[in-house]
Design a protein around this ligand. Structure first.
Ligand code: BT5
Length: 317
């Protein structure tokens, strides 16, 4: 904590702060202050050290460290605790392990890179440094049947955050966020539940930001906007938007979220081909209902309700 406190004092001052006054403010020895400064420098912070004047913060590294994400974050629940890894297997896997041991709601696990990023149904999620790969531990008081509401809610929040950054993001049912026809974000929600209660939900969000992706079907914020993105600012705006939507969901239920989802959806009204298990259903996407299922009107005129699956947009039926 002291390391974060030192950073905070240096940031707020914007000038040299003596080792003596840091030590006094934080109630530690000057040697301890120096040890923390040394660690910060090793982490990539550029700190000018001048005898007689003290320490001055010159620049911060491009890392999603807790001290960066939490500095100035306008969210009270999400991101109250941030756990950061340079590399981990999958933030969803780590988040589940941490949640099983008991952790406060809103804890965020974030990694610069993953070695075994997960998509749905055992698929792979490709990551490289420069993206945003994170998982949140949520404990909504909902029926496990309604867990997919959280996936749709996250798609709405990511879309809003991307629009805030200047991108025309839309949602493809159920969990893809798309820019110019290409996937920019994927969402993977996993749950631990009893028959009638949710213990916790792990909400995994992957956004291509400044990273490369070796897929024709994918895009990144950097390639769409033609410049490097400040990832800390983007994560903060995403957490703030998510918190606002999550609190609305807790207070008012899923209906207002669903209306936002419909507004941002690129799937509704389109001819689609949905694969669910081994069945392929073709028709026009009519609506999404209160539990997140897609309602498809087939050529025969019947309405099919699809709880989960993969959806392809078609030019025509
Ligand atoms: C998803 O699955 O889209 C869920 C992705 C969730 C990723 C986050 S990152 C943080 C957290 N930790 C994890 O381990 N996972 C979560 P799905 O709808 O099944 O889509 C998977 C498909 O998307 C793959 O089969 C590829 O075709 C494509 N894909 C893989 N990596 C991609 C990328 N970086 N950008 C865009 N598309 C990608």
């Amino acid at each position: 904590m002291t390391k974060e406190e030192i950073l905070y004092v240096l940031r707020e001052s914007g000038d040299y702060v003596s080792g003596e006054s840091l030590a006094e403010k934080l109630g530690v020895s000057r040697a301890a202050v120096w040890k923390h400064i040394h660690t910060l420098i090793k982490e990539g912070y550029v700190i000018d050290v001048q005898q007689g004047r003290g320490y001055r913060l010159l620049s911060v590294p491009d890392r999603l460290y807790p001290s960066e994400v939490r500095y100035g974050l306008q969210a009270g629940l999400l991101g109250k605790r941030v756990v950061h890894f340079n590399t981990t297997s999958s933030t969803n896997t780590v988040a589940r392990q941490i949640a099983e041991r008991g952790v406060q709601e809103g804890t965020v696990i974030i990694a610069e890179n993953q070695t075994r990023g997960k998509g749905r149904l055992g698929r792979k999620w490709l990551t490289k440094p420069g993206g945003v790969w994170m998982s949140l531990v949520l404990k909504p008081e909902i029926d496990p049947m309604h867990a997919s509401s959280i996936t749709l809610l996250a798609a709405v929040s990511v879309t809003k955050a991307l629009r805030g950054a200047g991108l025309e993001a839309v949602i493809k049912w159920p969990n893809d966020v798309i820019v110019n026809g290409k996937k920019i974000c994927g969402i993977l929600t996993e749950m631990s539940a009893e028959t009638d209660a949710v213990n916790f939900i792990i909400l995994g969000i992957g956004v291509n930001v400044n990273n490369d992706v070796p897929l024709e079907t994918a895009t990144t914020m950097k390639s769409e906007l033609g410049r490097n993105i400040d990832r800390v600012k983007f994560v903060q705006s995403l957490l703030e938007t998510l918190e606002e939507d999550y609190l609305t969901f807790k207070k008012e239920g899923f209906t207002p979220i669903l209306w936002s989802w419909r507004r941002y959806s690129d799937t509704l009204g389109r001819p689609v081909e949905v694969t669910y298990q081994n069945e392929v259903i073709r028709g026009v996407a009519q609506d999404v209902d209160e539990d997140g299922s897609l309602l498809v009107k087939t050529a025969e005129g019947s309405i099919r309700k699809i709880v989960s699956g993969d959806c392809k947009h078609l030019k025509h039926l």
